[in-house]
Design a protein around this ligand. Structure first.
Ligand code: ADP
Ligand code: 5GP
Length: 212
């Protein structure tokens, strides 16, 4: 039985573009400011309003390849024709410090993190209520050109086909309801036996306080 400090939780949230994962993740970060957010590296160009180091670290293709060669990514993948990757250092530090991290990454990234950290990863997939509503949201967001929106809708169905690699599926129909479900998944994961074992051990052993 372990009385070690629990490692951080790696909460991966994926969805086809436009289904609402950024909106839901932002709400979770507002309610739980102690959750860290993994700011990915990407070769995509910034959209209007995006700031380097906030939504992403925007890097050149050349720099991204150097980072791959130097083993600087916990996972990386090509998504919609651009490269995206998660900094390895951030993940290992968070795990060691017991800090929870939220990841807005695609199924390829979720799959790689699950392989590397099977005990700590929780995979959540956000589904749109319909493909028509997905298109409406992409158009309303007005951040992408018609061509990019058409491309994103085309790949949405193949992304949805990966639902069976996820632990939880949440339909983002009504935002408050979907947020309640995401919150429940996070809070539930925090209370898994593996994470709370040290508290039970402390009581059994009669220690007054946990050592961290
Ligand atoms: P993603 O990060 O998955 O690409 P966003 O969070 O940017 O998606 O959401 C896409 C658009 O849909 C945004 O304009 C957002 O405000 C809107 N949106 C998100 N959730 C809902 C919802 N439940 N109902 C209606 N619109 C929503
Ligand atoms: P966007 O360009 O719209 O911000 O993101 C496009 C897609 O890339 C989204 O599905 C997002 O989840 C995914 N993505 C963002 N960062 C990463 C990452 O570091 N790794 C992987 N595998 N996917 C990412």
């Amino acid at each position: 039985m372990s009385s070690e400090r629990p490692r951080g939780l790696l909460l991966v949230v994926s969805s086809p573009s436009g289904a609402g994962k950024t909106t839901l993740c932002n709400r979770l970060r507002e309610e739980f400011p102690s959750i860290g957010f993994s700011v990915s590296y990407t070769t995509r160009k910034p959209r209007p309003g995006e700031t380097d180091g906030v939504e992403y670290h925007f890097v050149s293709g050349e720099r991204f390849q150097e980072m791959i060669a130097d083993d600087e990514f916990a996972e990386y993948a090509m998504v919609h024709g651009n490269m995206y990757g998660t900094a390895a250092g951030l993940v290992s530090t968070a795990l060691a410090n017991g800090r929870d991290i939220l990841f807005d990454i695609d199924f390829q990234g979720g799959r790689q993190l699950r392989r590397s950290f099977p005990e700590e990863v929780v995979l959540v997939f956000i589904l749109p209520p319909s493909l028509r509503e997905l298109e409406r949201r992409l158009r309303r967001r007005a951040t992408d050109s018609d061509e990019v929106i058409a491309q994103r809708l085309k790949v949405a169905r193949s992304e949805l086909a990966h639902y069976d690699e996820y632990d939880y599926l949440i339909v983002n129909d009504e935002l408050d309801r979907a947020y309640d479900a995401l919150r429940a998944v996070y809070v539930g994961a925090l209370h898994r036996r593996q994470r709370q074992a040290a508290v039970a051990q402390q009581l059994i052993e009669g220690q007054e306080e946990l050592p961290w």
